[in-house]
Ligand binder design. Structure first.
Ligand code: FAD
Length: 355
C-alpha cells in the first residue's frame, strides 16, 4: 500500500512540473498545484472518506509528504489546513463542523493561516491576550496576532483566544475558526529579511464568529492545542526542508571525497529521523498525542537541516546557479527553522522535563 502510494506521488510529480525549492512547505505557494494534488487523491489521505479524505493512515500521509518535500514541491497553500486544522477538527470538532470544513479543505478550496502567536505571547503562548466574548449565539473576537504566515492569502484563520479568566491561565482558552473576509480584520504585511512577504500582523476588532465555529470544548483550548502541536512539530518537514539542496548537490556530482565521507553520517541521521517520525505517525494513528516525540524530531530535524547547509557550503563555489539558488534559500530560511513552531530551547526543555 505505502509503496504504491509513493509511486503515485512520484508519477504525479513527473506530470506536474515545478521549480524545486528548499523550505517549499513554508515558502512555495501554488494553489493550482495543491488543487491538482487534491484532485489526484493525494491530499488529506489520512482523513475519512466521507469527509473528502483518502481513508488512509497517518503513516500513509507521511509517505506522501516525504515524497513531496524531497522534491521541493510547492506545498504552502494547503499545508496548515491539511497538516493540523483538519486533524484538529477530526479530533475535537462536532460532526457538523467537520462536514462544513473538512471536504473543502481536502479539495484545497479553503486554506488556513495559524493565529496563535501574539506580540507578547510566543513561547509562552498561554499569556495570549486575544479575547472572545459572547454575542448572542456567537462570539466577538478582539486582539492582535503576529507572524501569521500566509494570512494575506488564506480563506480562514485558526484563532486561539481567551474566553474566560481563570486562576490557572491554561484554563479559559478556546480554539476558533474565523473567516478572513469577516468585518473587523486587518492584515498588515511583515516583509522578511529576504524581502519576501510571508508573515503578517492580523488585528481583529470585534470580529463576529458563529457559535458553531468554536472548536471542541469552550475553555479547553489549551489541552486541545497541545495535541495539535504534535501534528505541527512531528512531521518530516522538520528535517526535509533542505533535502532538495542535498539531492541537487549529489545529482550535479559536486560532492568531493570529504563531502562523500561526511555524507555517510548525514545519511545515518536522516534514516534515524525517518524512523522516528514514522513511529510518531503510528502513535497518531493509535489516537495518541506524541507531544514530546514531536518536539524531539523538531529539535533534531533543525540540527540536521543546519548540517546539510554546512555540508554544502564549501561546494558552492563550483555550483551552477540552480544549485546555488537552493543553497541560498536553505541558508536564508535556516534561522527560522529553529524558531517557527516552537523555539529550539523550548523543545529542549520539554524533552528534559519528560525525562
Ligand atoms: C518562519 C516563521 C513562521 C511563523 N509562522 C507563524 C504562524 O503562522 N502563526 C503563528 O501563530 N506563529 C508563527 N510564528 C511564530 C512562532 O511560533 C514564534 O516565533 C515562536 O513560538 C517563538 O515565539 P517568539 O518569537 O515570541 O519568541 P520568544 O517566546 O520571545 O522567545 C525568544 C527566545 O527566547 C528563548 N526562550 C523563550 N522561552 C524560553 C524557555 N521557556 N526556555 C528556554 N528558552 C526560552 C528562546 O531562545 C527563544 O528563541 C512563526 C515564526 C517563524 C520564525
Amino acid at each position: 500500500m505505502t509503496e504504491d502510494l509513493r509511486r503515485r506521488v512520484r508519477d504525479f510529480l513527473a506530470a506536474h512540473p515545478f521549480t524545486p525549492r528548499c523550505d517549499s512547505w513554508a515558502g512555495s505557494y501554488d494553489l493550482s498545484f495543491s488543487r491538482a494534488l487534491a484532485a489526484a487523491g493525494l491530499l488529506a489521505v489520512s482523513w475519512p472518506k466521507h469527509l473528502g479524505g483518502g481513508g488512509g493512515t497517518a503513516v500513509d500521509r507521511l509517505v506522501v509528504t516525504e515524497e513531496l518535500l524531497r522534491a521541493g514541491a510547492p506545498l504552502a497553500a494547503h499545508w496548515v489546513g491539511e497538516r493540523q486544522i483538519g486533524p484538529t477538527l477530526l479530533r475535537h470538532g462536532t460532526p457538523a463542523l467537520q462536514e462544513e470544513f473538512c471536504p473543502p479543505l481536502a479539495r484545497a478550496e479553503y486554506t488556513f493561516a495559524l493565529g496563535m502567536s501574539e506580540p507578547d505571547a510566543g513561547s509562552d503562548l498561554a499569556s495570549l491576550r486575544t479575547s472572545a466574548v459572547r454575542d448572542g449565539d456567537g462570539w466577538r473576537i478582539t486582539g492582535r496576532k503576529i507572524w501569521t504566515s500566509g494570512a494575506h492569502r488564506a480563506s480562514h484563520l485558526y484563532v486561539l483566544a481567551r474566553t474566560s479568566r481563570e486562576a490557572d491561565r491554561h484554563d479559559g482558552l478556546t480554539e476558533f475558526v474565523v473567516a478572513m473576509d469577516s468585518p473587523g480584520i486587518t492584515v498588515t504585511p511583515i516583509v522578511d529579511l529576504r524581502g519576501e512577504h510571508h508573515f503578517n500582523e492580523v488585528v481583529l476588532d470585534e470580529v463576529p464568529v458563529p457559535g458553531r465555529w468554536a472548536i471542541g470544548q469552550v475553555g479547553e483550548g489549551w489541552r486541545q492545542v497541545v495535541g495539535q502541536l504534535a501534528f505541527e512539530r512531528g512531521g518530516p518537514e522538520r528535517f526535509l526542508s533542505t533535502y532538495p539542496l542535498l539531492s541537487a548537490v549529489l545529482d550535479a556530482g559536486l560532492a568531493d571525497g570529504t563531502a562523500r565521507r561526511e555524507l555517510r553520517a548525514l545519511a545515518a541521521r536522516l534514516q534515524i529521523l525517518r524512523a522516528w517520525v514514522r513511529e510518531t505517525a503510528q502513535v497518531l494513528d493509535d489516537g495518541g498525542s506524541p507531544v514530546v516525540p514531536a518536539a524531539t524530531s523538531k529539535y533534531l530535524g533543525h540540527q540536521f537541516e543546519q548540517s546539510v547547509i554546512e555540508w554544502a557550503r564549501p561546494l558552492m563555489p563550483r555550483a551552477a546557479p540552480a544549485v546555488r539558488a537552493l543553497y541560498d534559500q536553505a541558508l536564508a530560511a535556516s534561522p527560522a527553522s529553529g524558531i517557527r513552531g516552537g523555539a529550539a530551547q523550548v523543545m529542549l526543555s520539554m524533552i528534559a522535563r519528560d525525562n
